[in-house]
Design a protein around this ligand. Sequence first.
Ligand SMILES: [Zn+2]
Length: 340
Amino acid sequence: MGFDRLTGQDLIKSRLKEITANAAATSLLYTGPEGIGKHLFAKETAKAILCMDKKADGACDKCASCKYIEAGTHPDLIEVEPTEGRKNIRIADLRDIIRDAEVKPQLSSRKVLIINADKASSECQNLMLKSLEEPSEHLIYILLCSDTSRLLQTILSRVTEMPFHEYTDEQMKTILRANSDETLSDEKLEFLSSFSSSIPGKALSLMNDADFMEERDHIFELIMNMPRLKYTDILYDEFQYFDKNRDKMDELLLLMIWTLGDVASAIAVPDPSGIKNSDKRREILDFVSRNSAVTLINVSEAQRAVTDFIDASRVNVSFEVNCCNMLIRIHKELHYEKNR
Ligand SMILES: [Zn+2]
């Protein structure tokens, strides 16, 4: 157990095992995109630091300290996020938290402060800096940050940075499987992993989002059926679908670009391994053999219709005009009669 319960980030795990086994306090900075696992690792690190019966690979998972951390009630672990309704951490709140944290620990020999540094203004950072420059013997900071260019140089020089790396496909599958109630096919897991750029937090939220899975199927079917659709289907039903889901437009457009990209790969190579909708490979290959008149140029023009939609939505073009125009252009490129 301990750090080995966590999947991936082997380099970070081995460094953390050394650091947490060491008696000296080191403040840490976990960096990487949102959803990569910084918080999960920070919690496991705090557990190992505060554990009363530390093992070679981290926390024992049995002592009172470990139990309190699991329950979220450890008095010596403080997590700092903006209070509800606020974008950033309030400086007055942080001042109180740091003052309390400097008082000696109640249960363990140390205290750990996990701070979402993405939400720390430069005033908050200056406050942290004062505390980092003259650290209380027992206090350890773990800062979580997705953009280190926002952090004061002086903070960076006071902490040990742990940069998080990308997960392999196998690690992504392990993480997704461990968090899913149903058995998902390898291909579906591969799709989720690549659609989320191998960021576990993102892949997990997509996996558990029934709406996303529906949207994905809808867009996929839309492209697959495009050659058979009539103008009225597009201008009425399909426009309505997009209109209803305006708040998810970014996701829908990305799904369209992906599906069109898969069609292009299937035209270019007879049996491509690069198809990103890996669970729908058969359907894409069927589409290409059924619509042999559709060329790579048609598909790239269809993709251009999507990127033109994005450009036009930045200027003042009505959503309806822009969206219908995009759909008609894609239809024109994929419509078999036109290409025959
Ligand atoms: Zn323990």
